[in-house]
Design a protein around this ligand. Structure first.
Ligand code: PXP
Length: 249
């Protein structure tokens, strides 16, 4: 199986909100998340990822419904484990949901979801989403206890948090890569293994040494590159790098 790419287009909405937070659906509001999604698809994105946060700092509910209605693309909704977001997911019916922790003051998702500490609630939310035909992933740190808890909570997939790896320097880089490798090896017996956070055009080479990966979710670096060469070309560049992956699921 080729390694799939989910392109996170939240930052398209971040840019729009910087000017149009009071009127995100006005005809003047740009850039358009649907057009960005189309550009990402043209570059080879396998799915689109959007995170509708509790504070609605970037993606709005209207973005989610428009993308769903106007695009034929597998949609991955990142969401906090809250009743409000379960309600949104059940109406939107994305193909996938990725459960993430949410903290109002964070710049971006900081740590993985503590599935162990929130086991009953997480297990119940997973079941409700799966009953609606949605495949569920949990975004976790590469920690074997969390991998095990994700399996016991009956998640379909885990997304391994690559943030500590991408922020590491010196000898710590290999330490973090080893943690990701061990977690992927353990996870793949019963779960689809994805990875994301902080992956860029340089560190992707090391990410490709992790075995059993099915999908990467990448946002910031692709959108940053898109400001120089356009989103379609930026996605294509990342897909070209990912084509070297041979350690697949
Ligand atoms: N995966 C998850 C669960 C995330 O929360 C994010 C950030 O929104 C990403 C992947 C993408 O991270 P980045 O923007 O650093 O590529």
């Amino acid at each position: 199986m080729p390694l799939l790419l989910g392109v996170n287009i939240d930052h398209i909405a971040t840019l729009r909100q910087a000017r149009y937070a009071n009127a995100p659906t006005s005809p003047n509001a740009e850039p358009c998340t649907v057009l960005a999604g189309q550009d990402a698809l043209a570059g080879g994105a396998d799915s689109l990822t959007i995170h509708v946060r509790g504070d609605r700092r970037h993606m709005q509910d209207a973005d989610a419904y428009r993308i769903r209605a106007e695009m034929k693309v597998p949609l991955n909704l990142e969401m906090g484990v809250t009743e409000e977001m379960v309600g949104l997911a059940l109406k939107l019916k994305p193909e996938f949901v990725c459960l993430v922790p949410e903290n109002r003051m964070e710049i971006t998702t900081e740590g993985g979801l503590n599935v162990l500490a929130s086991f009953d609630k997480t297990r119940m939310v997973i079941a409700r989403l799966q009953d609606a035909g949605i495949r569920v992933s949990v975004f976790i740190d590469p920690d074997l206890k969390q991998v095990e808890a994700a399996g016991e909570a009956c998640a379909d997939m885990i997304e391994l948090h690559t943030g500590a790896f991408s922020n590491a320097a010196g000898d710590q880089v290999q330490v973090e890569l080893d943690r990701l490798t061990v977690a992927a090896k353990e996870g793949h017996f019963s779960l689809q293994v994805n990875a994301g956070h902080g992956i860029n055009y340089t560190n992707i080479a090391q990410i490709l040494t992790i075995p059993h990966l099915a999908e990467l979710n990448i946002g910031h670096s692709i959108i940053a590159r898109a400001t120089r060469i356009g989103l379609t070309a930026a996605v294509r560049e990342m897909k070209d790098r990912m084509a070297a992956y041979t350690a697949g699921a």
